[in-house]
Design a protein around this ligand. Structure first.
Ligand SMILES: [Cu+2]
Length: 247
């Protein structure tokens, strides 16, 4: 039986997203009669009760605690903030040109999890009346940028390499964290509040479908995409029993 312990925060250290370098550079082509993949990612196991994280600074603005958003599961098991990536695609629809956004709002990074394409502009915004900063580190280690954001300011950054980027706020806002998955193609999605996702305009073919969750880790499966058809999938994360000894 799966227990609360199996998914508790300390039992599962941050699981890093691994990018396997591709020998094929991604090419933008016109996709006619592409197919789509849609579905839902669900959590199978006892759902732990919501928890909060303590606030040590700017309590007048941020409050005394904030919700821990590292594991968000709805009443039907729908798992939010799972990154879904199509693997093995080397040509397809164009990259998004509109800027992505990472806001600092109510002392939280919004969104907590997002994907972005290499070269796509990312707007870094502070919507609070206090100072935040955005410290982005590749795989949580090597600093990519570390920018102070006075209130109501905005800066722009473009990532040059695929991979996982962990974002913290270094002004003693220890509870603030975000994850950005950078890819060299635009066939990605992040699950919504019900765990649902949709990836469209895919050239027909056989692909891998990779899932990544900040606490539950990574899994892959194969998927077929047919001309002008929707492939529906249901994917499950099972709470892991290992790794929680002594907790
Ligand atoms: Cu902050």
């Amino acid at each position: 039986m799966v227990t609360h312990k199996a998914v508790c925060r300390r039992a599962l250290p941050l699981i890093l997203f691994v990018i396997v370098p591709s020998v094929h550079a991604y090419r933008e082509i016109t996709v006619e009669d592409g197919g789509s993949i849609s579905g839902q990612v669900v959590f199978d196991g006892q759902v732990p009760p919501p928890t909060t994280l303590p606030v040590h600074k700017n309590r007048a603005v941020c409050g005394e605690s904030v919700p821990d958003e590292s594991l968000l599961i709805d009443a039907h098991g729908g798992l939010r903030n799972v990154v879904v990536i199509l693997d093995g695609i080397h040509a397809g629809k164009g990259h998004p040109t509109l800027p992505a956004l990472l806001d600092n709002k109510n002392c939280t990074f919004v969104p907590r999890v997002q994907t972005i394409a290499v070269g796509q502009p990312l707007a870094l915004r502070n919507s609070d009346f206090i100072l935040h900063n955005v410290h982005a580190r590749r795989n949580g280690h090597k600093t990519i940028f570390n920018l102070g954001l006075p209130y109501w300011s905005e800066k722009t950054y473009r990532f040059t390499q695929p991979g996982h980027v962990l974002v913290d706020c270094d002004v003693l806002h220890t509870w603030m964290q975000a994850h950005i998955i950078v890819t060299d193609h635009p066939y990605t999605a992040v699950t919504d509040t019900a765990g649902r996702f949709d990836i469209s305009h895919i050239p027909p073919g056989e692909y891998g479908l990779r899932l990544w969750h900040e606490r539950l880790g990574e899994q892959t499966r194969s998927v077929s995409v047919r001309t002008a058809q929707e492939t529906r999938v249901r994917l499950t994360y099972t709470a892991r029993a290992q790794g929680d000894k002594g907790h």
